[in-house]
Design a protein around this ligand. Sequence first.
Ligand code: XIL
Length: 315
Amino acid sequence: GTGLDALIKGKGKKYVGFCADSGLLSNAQNAAILQAESGQLTPENSMKWQSIEPSQNSFSYGGADTLVNWAVSNNKIIRGHTFVWHSQLPSWVSNINNKATLTTVIQNHINAVAGRYKGKIYAWDVANEVFNDDGTRRSSVFSNVFGDWTFLDVAFRAARAADPAAKLCLNDYNLDYSGAKLTNFVQLVKDLIARGVPIDCVGTQSHLVVGNGAIPSFKTTLDSLASTGLEVQITELDIRTNSSPSSAQISQQVRDYTSVVSACMKTAACSGITVWGVSDKDSWVPQTFSGQGYALLWDNNYQKKQAYNGFVTGI
Ligand code: XIL
C-alpha cells in the first residue's frame, strides 16, 4: 500500500493510527481513509470509564465493541484508552473516599474491561495524565485517596493479570518541553520499574501548537522517554494553528509534522504514531481550544492537506 501505515512499516516501525469511534467508522469518507492509511485505532471516547462503566457494575460495551470489531475485521491493531484518569470519570467513582473500596473498584473495572478485550489490544493506556504541568502529582480521586503513587501499582497489576499479552502504558501530555513534567514522568516510570510494577510503554500525547520551539528538538523528548528502557508511543498527535491559519502557519505546520515524525523514525524505541483524528471537521481541538483548529492531516472535506505531505516527508 501507499498509505501512511504502509510507509512507516516499510521503514521498520509498527504502525500509524488514528482515533475513531462508531460515528466516524460509519462515516464512509472517514472509514475509507482509515482503511487506506491506518494500521491502528484508538477509541476516542468509548472505553473511558464514564462511557463503559457509567454506574457501578453496569457495563456499557456497545461503543467499544463497535470499535474493536471494526479494527479486528479490518486488521488494525488497537490501543486501549484508558483506565485510571481524572477526566470523563463518573461521579460514583470520584465520590469514593475509602482506599479499600477504591482498590476493589479499580481492580473490578480493569478486570472486566481488559478481560473482555483480552488478546485484542496491542497496548493499554493504564493511566492517563497523572501529572500537573509543573511536574507535581495531579489531584484526583485516585491520588487523593491513596495519598501516593501506589494507585498505579494497583492498576498496572490488575491490567497485567487481566490481559498478559497487552503492553501496559503510562500516558501524558505536555511532555514535549523538556521541563519538570517530563523529568518527573521519566523518574516515576523508573520508580515503577524498580519496584516491579508491570509497565511496558510510555505514551506522549503530543497535542502540539504550530511553531512551538520544542518541536524541532522533539527527538530530545523522545530520547528522555526512551531512557526508561521502555517502548515509546506518540499517542494523540495533532498540531493546531489558528482556526483560519495564515499561509506562514500552514507551511510551519508542514515542517512541524515532518519534525515530529522524523524524530520518531530516528528513535529506535519509538514504535508508532497515533494521530488524534482524521479530518479537521471531527477534531477535538476547536471545541477545546477557543480560536484554534486546523490540527490534522485532512481538511473539513476529507481532502489531504499539505500537512499530510509533511508527515510523509518525516517517514
Ligand atoms: C478527547 C476527545 O477527543 C473528545 O471527543 C472528548 O470530548 C474529550 O476527550 N487527552 C486524552 C484524550 O487522553 O482522551 C482526549 O480526547 C484528548 C486529550
